[in-house]
Design a protein around this ligand. Structure first.
Ligand SMILES: Cc1cc2nc3c(=O)[nH]c(=O)nc-3n(C[C@H](O)[C@H](O)[C@H](O)COP(=O)(O)OP(=O)(O)OC[C@H]3O[C@@H](n4cnc5c(N)ncnc54)[C@H](O)[C@@H]3O)c2cc1C
Length: 369
């Protein structure tokens, strides 16, 4: 039986859109997104930082796809005029010889990531408002307008013939006579179509959706959603670079950092709060968190007062490990061979940076089956 489409991509976040862009060079694509807008979940609730690739375990997918994705992303931004800036980033340490700073420096050297170790005087000269005894300057870290990025991905995939459906929620998928049958709900009611290959890029919902795909994949991981809050700074920016503390243990988060948006406004965040239930759309920011934020920020920016912080927004990380366990890697796995399916789980940070490299990888995986 021949299928309506060569590929069905479930999820129109940065990763699903980038995957649709790559796949549409090889065949017909239908992308299904349940919300009114593309990228309205995690892909627009993050720090919008193009990461250099320093933090992740050696050889992990996070490391490899971040390094490749960063190059692809800067190139894509330049070619398509997407607002972005290589702001550079400072990782600030409270002691001159801090072992974590030394480890990051050694790692950067191994990976060929440009880094410069600064002493206190050099840090002061670059960022007079920042307190620290030493810092690492990462000049290739930058920021991107994630909204324009996703609009451009959608437009470019569309130009290559991909059909991108909003308000289209995938309910189930099952195999029948060697192809995938996919049941969706739309504003016009339920609808069914078929595809030769299936890609589950449903972000926070990918693990739950995997349970609706039959035959069931083996080893569907458990989800540990972890919210991160942001506060905006009500004064003009005191910084020229992104300012990060040393990362948290087990890389649960990168520490409450200061990022700049392209308008030059500063926001602080995210913290890490594992969610007990499975409410994946609770994006509240409790104003009382400002005190805890102020304590953390004052370690590197003593000029901050809790009253300078305004609740801004929150995002939820689709983590695959509970608190106090080592960080899990991205899972990008061929779960079915005939007909093929690739499923993506745990695409937390640096998923925005890595999005084009993930799209490229998924496409290569499907070409090899
Ligand atoms: C607090 C925070 C800070 C971060 N900071 C950074 C950063 O600075 N830099 C960086 O590189 N990364 C960062 N990230 C990570 C990055 O945001 C994510 O890795 C990336 O956005 C994931 O994209 P995605 O497309 O996989 O997921 P999503 O953006 O969640 O997209 C999945 C889509 O699937 C749709 N969907 C779900 N179920 C269905 C269904 N059944 N049918 C149809 N559609 C469905 C959803 O509506 C959603 O739009 C951060 C993440 C968080 C939470």
């Amino acid at each position: 039986m021949s299928a309506d489409f060569d590929y069905c991509v479930i999820g129109g976040g940065a990763v699903g859109l980038a995957t649709a862009l790559y796949l549409s060079r090889h065949g017909s694509v239908l992308l299904a997104e349940k919300n009114d807008l593309f990228g309205a979940e995690t892909s627009s609730r993050n720090s919008e930082v193009i990461h250099a690739g320093l933090y992740y375990p050696a050889g992990s997918l996070k490391e490899r796809l971040c390094l490749r994705g960063k190059d692809l992303l800067y190139d894509f931004c330049q070619r398509h005029d997407i607002p972005h800036r290589r702001t550079g980033k400072l990782i600030v340490a409270p002691a001159a010889d801090h072992p974590q700073l030394q480890q990051l420096l050694a790692k950067g050297q191994r990976l060929g990531i440009p880094l410069q170790l600064l002493n206190q005087q050099q840090l002061q000269a670059l960022e007079p408002a920042v307190a620290g005894k030493a810092a690492l300057l990462s000049p290739t870290t930058g920021i991107i307008d994630s909204h324009t990025y996703m609009q451009t991905l959608a437009a470019q995939a569309g130009l290559q013939g991909a059909i991108l459906m909003r308000r289209t929620q995938v309910q189930t998928a099952f195999t029948d006579q060697g192809i995938w049958q996919i049941k969706v709900t739309t504003d016009d009611g339920p609808y069914q179509f078929s595809a030769a290959a299936l890609i589950n890029s449903a972000g926070l919902h990918a693990t739950a959706l995997a349970q609706q795909i039959t035959p069931a994949a083996s080893r569907i991981p458990a989800l540990y959603p972890c919210r991160g809050h942001y506060f905006s700074y009500t004064h003009p920016t005191p910084f020229r670079h992104l300012i990060y503390p040393l990362p948290e243990k087990n890389l649960t988060g990168l520490g409450i950092h200061a990022t700049l948006d392209l308008g030059g406004q500063v926001r602080f965040g995210p913290d890490t709060l594992y969610l007990a239930g499975d409410n994946l759309s609770d994006y509240r920011v409790d104003p009382a968190l400002a005190t805890r934020f102020a304590d953390a920020i004052q370690a590197y920016y003593p000029g901050l007062q809790a009253g300078d912080l305004q609740p801004a927004y929150a995002g939820i990380r689709p983590k695959l490990h509970p608190a106090h366990k080592p960080a899990a890697d991205f899972i990008i796995r061929t779960t079915h061979k005939a007909p093929p399916a690739v499923q993506l789980f745990g695409i937390e940070s640096p998923g925005l940076t890595a999005s084009l490299a993930i799209g490229e990888r998924v496409t290569e995986m499907l070409q090899k089956i």
